[in-house]
Design a protein around this ligand. Structure first.
Ligand code: SF4
Length: 245
């Protein structure tokens, strides 16, 4: 079972395809950050549940939490023999991924006393290749730092000889970014480890470049844009409705 413990519903950018970026509140209350005691007690509440996949986010950007590293380290330090959660995964826009945070994520992924595939994957929400496109689609001029951060994460994972977490580099095909899908794939595919290129949810045991469908009011048009982008890079588009996280 997926358990989402949302560290924050704040976000530091404003993706055009995300309703999070369009409102001042996400849960009928002002944005906020989880306090440490809530995190500690919530983790404790997982004890005894079976096959939990823990995700420290729902609507916001988890790394924006000022104590993100402390929270993640605490979770893994108290998960000996996987008593709290079987798996862990993170979604991030990679804007806030300094070297120390990269090491935190790689440290917990290689922690002793847990099953080796505990930290499954990091899903990087990127959605653009060129700087102008990134600024348009993501609502912030952060392309350079995001690419640098992700490339550093991949380098450090390789230098430390780790296979986990796997990395999914995601690209929601939408108005404004359809012209650079191939450039995006060509950039990231050689930097990943044995990656698959996929139009559907990526496997949890492989790196992937993930061309994702845009969920929007005109779904037929969004699906057509996605299908065309997939065909442009030799990929068969998916036809079924997209599943949940
Ligand atoms: S980074 Fe995530 S939460 Fe923030 S606006 Fe983009 S999709 Fe929404």
């Amino acid at each position: 079972m997926n358990v989402n413990l949302e560290l924050t519903d704040h976000c530091n950018i404003a993706c055009r395809m995300c309703s999070q970026s369009l409102r001042d509140e996400a849960h009928g209350a002002p944005h906020r950050f989880m306090d440490f005691d809530t995190w500690r007690r919530a983790l404790d509440g997982l004890r005894g549940l079976r096959d939990v996949t823990l995700c420290p986010h729902w609507l916001g950007e988890p790394t924006l939490h000022p104590e993100f590293d402390r929270f993640v380290r605490h979770a893994f330090e108290h998960n000996a023999n996987n008593v709290l959660f079987r798996h862990f995964k993170v979604h991030t826009n990679a804007v806030l991924l300094p070297p120390e945070r990269v090491e935190t994520l790689l440290d917990v992924a290689s922690a002793h006393g847990l099953l080796p595939d505990t930290f499954l994957a990091v899903h990087f929400s990127i959605d653009a290749f060129a700087r102008d496109t990134y600024t348009l689609v993501k609502g912030a001029d952060r392309r350079e730092v995001v690419f640098r951060n992700l490339e550093r994460f991949l380098s450090r994972r390789a230098e430390r000889g780790l296979r986990r977490p796997v990395v999914h580099v995601a690209y929601v095909v939408q108005d404004g970014n359809t012209g650079e899908v191939a450039a995006f794939v060509e950039h990231w595919r050689p930097r990943l480890a044995r990656p698959v290129l996929t139009a559907d949810w990526p496997p949890m045991d492989r790196d992937a470049v993930y061309l994702r469908r845009w969920n929007t009011g005109d779904q037929a048009r969004a699906d057509a844009i996605h299908a065309e982008a997939c065909r442009a890079v030799g990929l068969a588009p998916v036809s079924r409705p997209e599943g949940a996280f």
